[in-house]
Design a binder for this molecule. Structure first.
Ligand SMILES: O=C(O)CCC(=O)C(=O)O
Ligand SMILES: [Fe+2]
Length: 327
C-alpha cells in the first residue's frame, strides 16, 4: 500500500511521517535479534544481566571510521549496510517501503546514499546534549557538501528508519520540529547573523527561534517506518529509562537526479582537508566531485550566500556570473 494523499501531504507539511505496519512484525523482530548480536555479542537481556552481575556496562556503539562515515565494525559484527546477515539485509527489499520512499522523494529513480544499524544503548548512551534546547540540527551535511536549497522536495534527501521494536517515550525517541525543513531557508540568514548556527548543521539554542513549532517525539510501533527530510531540524534526547535501548535499521536515499552531489562522500568526511580544497579549487574540478556546474538551477542568490558561509573565502564569481546572464 502506498502512502495516501493525506500521509504524503503530512510528510511535505511536517518534513517527516511515521507509518505503521510497513514491515512484518516477525521479520523485524528476527532482524532485531541479529542486530543485538552484532552490538552486544549476545542479547540485550543477557548483556544487562551480565553488567548487573559484574557492575560494568561495556560501551557497544561502534565509532564511525576514518575517511568515510561508514559505521566501523563492532567487536561482533558489522552495522554498516550490507551487514552480511540475511534477516537484516533483506529488509531493504520491501516494495511497499520503496514505493513510499519514491513518493516522499517525488521520483521513481531513487539513489542509495547510506545505510546502517543505528543503536542507542541506555546503560552507556551519551549521544544527546545536556539541555533540552540544545543539540538540534539538520543531518543534510552527512551526505552532501552543499547547503540546503529552498526547493526542498527537489534538493533534500530522505532518511528512513525502520522501527525494529516498539519505541515509547522512555526509549529516547528522536525529537523533530514539524515544518522546520521548510522554515530553514528563511531562518538561516538570521541564525548565522546571530551566531546561533554552528558549522554546517547545528542550532545552538532553539529557544531563540520562536518561529519553530514544539518538537515532537518520534515514538512508534514495531514494524513502523519513519521518513524524514534531511532539511528537518531534530535532536537526540536522553533515555528516561537507562535500562532500555533503541535500535533502527536506517537508510538515506536521494533522487537519482541529485545523486551526483548527494551521496556518501569520503572527501566530505575529511573536512580538515576538503573544506580548504573546495574553497581553493576551480568550478571545473569541483564538478569532478559532483558539484553542479555554474548555471545549474541549484545556484540561487540564497544558495550562493550560504556557500559563502559553508566555505568562507570561496570565489563564487563563476557561479554568480552564470546566475546573472542565465547562460
Ligand atoms: O535518533 C536519535 O536519537 C537522533 C540521532 C541523530 O539525530 C543523529 O544521529 O543525527
Ligand atoms: Fe541527526
Amino acid at each position: 500500500m502506498p502512502l495516501t494523499k493525506e500521509q504524503l501531504d503530512q510528510f511535505y507539511r511536517d518534513g517527516f511521517i511515521i507509518v505503521d505496519d510497513v514491515f512484518d512484525k516477525k521479520d523485524v523482530e528476527a532482524a532485531f535479534i541479529e542486530m543485538e548480536k552484532i552490538f552486544y555479542g549476545e542479547s540485550f537481556k543477557e548483556y544487562l544481566a551480565r553488567s548487573d552481575k559484574n557492575g560494568i556496562a561495556k560501551p557497544v556503539e561502534p565509532k564511525t571510521t576514518g575517511a568515510v562515515s561508514h559505521y566501523g565494525a563492532t567487536q561482533y559484527g558489522r552495522p554498516q549496510f550490507p551487514t552480511g546477515i540475511e534477516a537484516l539485509d533483506r529488509l531493504i527489499e520491501n516494495d511497499d517501503w520503496l514505493d513510499m520512499y519514491e513518493q516522499c522523494l517525488g521520483t521513481q529513480d531513487l539513489s542509495y546514499c547510506n545505510g546502517h544499524l543505528f543503536l542507542r544503548s541506555g546503560p552507556t548512551d551519551k549521544r544527546h546534549a545536556e539541555h533540552s534546547w540544545q543539540g538540534y540540527h539538520i543531518d543534510n551535511a552527512t551526505n552532501t557538501f552543499l547547503p540546503p536549497h529552498r526547493e526542498t522536495g527537489l534538493y533534500n534527501y530522505v532518511n528512513s528508519s525502520i522501527y525494529l521494536h516498539d519505541v515509547p517515550e522512555d526509549c529516547a525517541p528522536m525529537k523533530i520540529i514539524p515544518g522546520s525543513h521548510r522554515q530553514i531557508m528563511d531562518l538561516l540568514p538570521k541564525l548565522i547573523r546571530d551566531g546561533n548556527w554552528v558549522g554546517r548543521g547545528e542550532i545552538k539554542d532553539i529557544r531563540k527561534v520562536p518561529e519553530f513549532a514544539l518538537p515532537v517525539p518520534a515514538t512508534g510501533k514495531v514494524g513502523s517506518v519513519r521518513f524524514n527530510s534531511s532539511f528537518g531540524v531534530h535532536a537526540a534526547i536522553p533515555f528516561e529509562n537507562k535500562r532500555r535501548q533503541r535500535g533502527y535499521s536506517t537508510f538515506s536515499f536521494c533522487r537519482a537526479d541529485t545523486s551526483q552531489w548527494i551521496k556518501l562522500s569520503n572527501l566530505w568526511r575529511e573536512q580538515e582537508f576538503s573544506v580548504p580544497f573546495w574553497k581553493n579549487t576551480t568550478p571545473r574540478v569541483r564538478s569532478l566531485f559532483g558539484w553542479p556546474k555554474p548555471g545549474h538551477p541549484y545556484y540561487t542568490a540564497e544558495t550562493l550566500n550560504l556557500l559563502g558561509e559553508w566555505y568562507p573565502g570561496i570565489d563564487l564569481t563563476p557561479y554568480q556570473d552564470q546566475l546573472r546572464t542565465g547562460e
